[in-house]
Design a protein around this ligand. Structure first.
Ligand SMILES: N[C@@H](CCC(=O)N[C@@H](CS)C(=O)NCC(=O)O)C(=O)O
Length: 233
């Protein structure tokens, strides 16, 4: 059994999709990031960066295995099950490249774009433009890759697709269009119809309030600094 620390966001969906694709036995622990669950000592023992997704795998023979960071979780699960990752050295190297690319480029840029579009108060034209351009730049990187391949690694759907897809799913609500990225658009639609993907994206929809974050939630989500630790003592 896998404990899955989760909140329904694009970063959470990556792992929800993988668990559904594998048909793995898992139990969701909702991690309400607006209420500050990410700073509980129990969760930080699993995820020292105070971010979800994270998992604890009780399925091994020894101690439970903790894994944080979506790319590490996807790779851990792919290795364990021998699925959704190539079994040759060059294919594995390419899988790593795209996992690192997503968590170092597309993810942070999309996250900042979302912050300025959805949450920042006041006008932030420079920041919105900067992150919109970076979001589009990342779409361009994917477009060039997908022009000659069905999926990110080639013919086979893999963890490289699962990690890159969720932020592309929500390009439109982030104010970005896929019109200039026909291969990305084709790939987005191919993956969207997979039943495991639909289940992953639907997971925990009911946890979302649908309303804007309260002042208390804003302070927790957007007022973090090194002093956040003080909350724990
Ligand atoms: N690089 C991390 C990013 C994870 C991340 O940013 N998670 C967000 C939710 S989408 C979070 O836990 N936020 C809590 C907070 O900002 O305090 C990954 O890919 O796992």
């Amino acid at each position: 059994m896998i404990d899955f620390y989760y909140w329904p966001t694009p970063n959470g969906w990556k792992v929800a999709i993988m668990l559904e694709e594998l048909g793995a036995a898992y139990k969701v622990t909702p991690l309400n990031i607006g209420k500050g669950d990410q700073f509980s000592p129990d969760f930080m023992a699993v995820s020292p960066n105070s971010r979800m997704p994270a998992i604890v795998d009780h399925g091994g023979s020894g101690q439970p295995t903790t894994v944080f960071e979506s790319g590490a979780i996807l790779f851990y699960l792919a290795e364990k099950h021998g699925r959704f990752v190539p079994n040759n050295p060059n294919g594995r190297k390419e899988a790593m490249e795209w996992l690192f690319w997503q968590t170092g480029n597309q993810g942070p840029m999309a996250g900042q774009l979302s912050h300025f579009i959805n949450y920042a108060q006041g006008d932030h034209v420079y920041s919105e433009t900067r992150y919109a351009n970076e979001f589009d730049r990342c779409l361009g990187v994917l477009e060039r890759r997908l022009e000659t391949r069905e999926f990110v690694l080639g013919d086979e759907y893999s963890i490289a697709d699962m990690i890159c897809w969720p932020w592309v799913l929500i390009a439109k609500p982030l104010g970005r269009s896929l019109d200039e990225f026909p291969s990305v658009s084709r790939w987005r639609n191919t993956i969207k119809v997979r039943s495991a993907v639909q289940k992953g994206v639907a997971l925990g929809k009911e946890y979302r309030s649908g309303t804007a974050p309260s002042e208390a939630e804003r302070a927790i989500l957007f007022g973090q600094s090194v002093k956040i630790k003080a909350r724990l003592t």
